[in-house]
Each structure stands twice: as C-alpha cells, then as structure tokens.
Design a protein around this ligand. Sequence first.
Ligand SMILES: [Mn+2]
Length: 339
Amino acid sequence: MNTVPPELAKTRRAGDPAEVVEALRSRQRWVVTSHARPDGDAVGSVLAAVELLRAMGRQAAGFLSDGVPYIYRKLPGADEVRTGPVEPGRYDAALVLECGSLERAELAGLDELFTVNVDHHATSGEYADVNYVDGSSPAAGELVYRIAQAAGVGTTATMATCLYAALLTDTGSFCFSSTTAETFAVARELVLAGADPAAIAQQVYFSNPAPKMHLLGRALCSLHCEGPISWMHLTQADFCESGATAEDCEGLVNWALGIDGIEATAFFRELPGGGYRISLRSKGGIDVSSIARRFGGGGHAAASGLDLEGPFAAARDQVLAALRDALALEAKQRTAQHG
Ligand SMILES: [Mn+2]
C-alpha cells in the first residue's frame, strides 16, 4: 500500500460543529441539500441532517436536484426527498452538504437564503454564511454525526443507518486512505445506535439494477492500460444499448484502478449534449484534484472530476498527458528523496 505523501496529507479546516449548531438554531425553516448526481455520502448526509434538524425542533426538507439514486431509495426518509426548485418564501436557510460551491447543488432558489456549508473536500470554497470544512474527514456523514453530537441530539437508528451508508460508500467500504481509527470509532457508534452493516451493504452493493452490470461490461471492454495509467470510455450508445442511466456510472471507475501496477485512472463518459465527464482516481501517489482543478473541476486528492468538450480523442489526450506528467514528477521526487 502506498503511503500518502505529505503534500496530500495537508488538509484544510474551517469552522467547527458548534458554530454549525448555533447557525441551525438561528433559523426555523431549512432546506437540506447536496450536489447534483448525488453519491451515497450526499444522500445519507442529507437524510440524516433532515432528521437532526427536526430533532432540534426545526422544519426541514431534503432536496436533491437529480433525486435519490436507485440503490439508496430504501434509506429511511429517501421517499420524502424533493428535486426542487425551492419555492420562494417557504424557507429561511439552506444546509448545503458536500458542495464545493452553491452552484454544484444545481438547485434553483438557494441564492436568497442564509447558507451553511458543511464539506469534507479540501478544495471546498467558503461561500456560505457559516462554513465547516474538514478535509481530513472521510465523509460528510461523519461531519453530520459530529454536528449531532455537538447539538446534544442522540443518534436514532434511522439517522445511524443513513450516516453508516454515507461512511461506507465514501470510504470505498473502509478501503480508501481516508479511513482511520476515528472512522471505525464513528462506524462503531453508528452500529451501536442501530445501523445494520449487513443490511446496508446488501442494499447498496448487492441490489444493483441489471443495466448497471451491462454498462460495467461495456466499460471493461473499453479498458486500456498504459504503464501506471488505465482508462475506460463509455459513449451515449453504451447507455442506450444497456438501458443504463448516468447514475449507473457510480463506482465503475474503481474497476480500472483496482489493477496491479496501476497508480491512476481516468473514466470518460460521453454526456447527452456532447462533451465528456471525466472521473479521476489515484491510489495516493499523485493528487488528481490538482489536475481536475486545472480543467475547471475539483474534488479530493484521490478522487476528482472534471468536464471537457469533445472530440473524445482530444479530451482523452489532454487528461492522459496531465496524468503522465504528474506521475513522472512524483517518480522524480521520490527518487530524489531516497537518493
Ligand atoms: Mn463525500
């Protein structure tokens, strides 16, 4: 296993749970939201935060602009989540989870509201009225847990289930380098509070829609390996012919990273309107968020994303060149360090 270089271990912190609790108490009617194309952390954090706010005597409604992906629809409260827009005058404030910017929620009607930003992405902007950012945390769900603790709200079984799903998925089933003893300590508390690890894993990992598996087959057929870099590519035809949707892409990128000798991978997905969405992953040697940022994207050192215009060959060549350069630089620095 690679050790994370010091420049990647550097994490950004802003604000704390107590400030968030004070902010949550200061307004009555809350929108709770997260980024478009939500992952397990986004969904689990939103659902748990809605319950937390209600336990604090506040009104709260969960909004996700793309709705709840299939594999998370059985999480408690998922059926209540709305897709927006946020009705003017009905809310006082928005709790925005896991969003590097307000725009990433892709939710109309947030601009007028008092905002609280809770995020564990080191690249997160401090765009809200109150910001709580901890780049060392493996999941936004962990930050929601800390906020609940700071508020003195006991973790119910439903809240624990949502937060465990967030933690499980964002740590790659406790596999990523963000996983620490503290992660297991929080997971333990959640299990003690009623989260059922086997039932949650069953729902999230063993209840995939069949089209997602057909899409995975197509993605694996496109797999290329070149030295320490791998990449895969899906076209709109792949989506049409497999009957899959964009949400079925979640997690596919990891198949191309999980190859012996591969240090970084890129997953290219053609968008319906043309252009490409690209997911970058690293085993920890290089910081792919710096590459994503160069092209207007963002994310974590080990998991980032960006959008590029087509044609495909041009998008692929730019991204692969950036990955090659980053890996070459990292190899050079490693050689210099070890004489
Ligand atoms: Mn997350």
